[in-house]
Design a protein around this ligand. Sequence first.
Ligand code: FHN
Length: 594
Amino acid sequence: MFRNRFSRLSALISALLIVVTLSARAQTTDVEWFRDAKFGMFIHWGMSSELGGIWDGKRYYGITEWLMRRGEIMSDEYKLAAARFNPVDFDAKAWVAIAKDAGARYIVITSKHHDGFAMFDSAVSDFDIVDATPFGRDPLKELVAAAHEADIKIGFYYSQYQDWTEADAGGNEWEFDAEDKDFSRYFEGKAKPQLKELLTNYGPIDIIWFDTPGSMSKDDAIALKAWVKELQPNCLVSDRVGHSLGDYKGYGDGEIPAIPQPGRPWEAIFTHNDSWGYSHFDNNFKSTTEVLHMLVTIAGKGGNLMLNVGPDGRGNIPPESARVFGEVGQWLKVNGEAIYGTSGSAVGAVSWGAITQRPGQMYLLVERRPDDGQLLVPGFGPKAKRASLLASRTDLDFSQQGSDLVVRLPEALPDARVSVVVVEYDERESASFTSPDEVLVSNAYGPVILDSVSARTSDGVTFNRTRTTHYFGDWKNYQTLTGMESPEDSVTWNLRVLEPGSYRLVLNYSAGAGQSEQEGVLNFAGQDYFFRVLETGDFSDPGGFAKRKPIMFIDHPVAVVQIDEPGQYEISLRPDRAGENLMMLRHVTIEPHD
Ligand code: FHN
């Protein structure tokens, strides 16, 4: 009897649990705001910003928020340095204004990075900005309030696995023996309680940006994500919760996917210089033109750019970051229609810039005006109704032949960095775009890059996402081709040459000692051009190029070719004889040779 009642009760509880789980699942978080946002501001800020990459007078080049780990600093000693962090210049409203004026639609700020220091008032640990510094204020409270007031989305970065001041967490093996660690003690005792503070004491939070999940299992990640949603159903969770379980896809630091990625919303993450946290000696800031190039390239592939700034220990966003963000904002004020809420190009890549679209409108983001002013969009199926400059709504002449649309640009464009042309068409014809697999080449385009992604490769050749870091953690990503070991292993591009003329063919590659002395063959329009591979730097491990060393790529001019007729051509590369992998090829440039 008791057994029966007990099993009925447990059946009831299980049924209830199923209902609760199902309704929680049905309640999917709204990611559409994120898909449409396109531009976010990342902020890495913590007590390590005060240190700025220097410990005991020694400069640690690379990402400065890793100073504690790189210097293998003991946690007690590191914690004492918090007393030096007093960001009296911090002004939440001013930061939000910089983000807002930049056209960023969301902000994500570090609430606790790997060093374990909480940038908020935490009852869970005294190693936080209120208890451990003279500052005594909770900047996250102020920032969230300012963001809510300005109607900009706000998220918290939280390092869920690494915490170098905690004996049981991941990351600090110079002080705490890995064998003695009890990860769940840290996770249940600090990470979750702090996350609960963040998700219950600050009002609506739009993103929890997890990072470096380490050895956390898939079940851990599923449970963590579900638990965040229990506390705030509308809060998005970044992909680095682990096991690709985020509400949106994330790429590696400083990485842009090779080809357009429709479907799941995604984000590319870059920092404005080379460090995420403030550095006393990293001034390698990207220019406004470079940031705009990233923004339009990423939007053209359907994603968001989240660009990081590293405020200093007094609470100032580096003036160069503020300036560039401001200029990006000025550009977005004029051209935002071509970015926000758009999807990536339906006709693939173009040599003169990038393309975004929304139903009924295609945006041509012109980074380089063709010298003859003829802007060709191949694969344009619908009948174009109107072409105009977005900045002034000035009408532009255009013509269509087959699936080619040609827009005639004025002599002077509104913005030398990126100008936008809007092409209107009947949205019911949206399905008639095609994506030709030819690279457009013309003297009027200047140098055109044939990248590794758009190459056709034979079986032995592999496409790689090659990455390296120069100092430490400042990742550089390259898309490369390797595996050309015999004359059968080739890479080929289809070209559509628009103008007769003389062109120089330049290979961009890296090659170690094993590669040099080998001969390669570049074939253009049926004609072979031989060359010997030049050594640019050693392979230090047999499996690939060394990490934490620059990979040196050379521009090696191989041939000058004369093209008498516009039309379709093929260019291919192969080894002359069987041997080692010929090279690590990044791209081929075809440049006008006047
Ligand atoms: O280790 C961190 C790093 O410090 C920084 O926070 C970046 C930002 O994406 N995430 C990790 C490395 O990928």
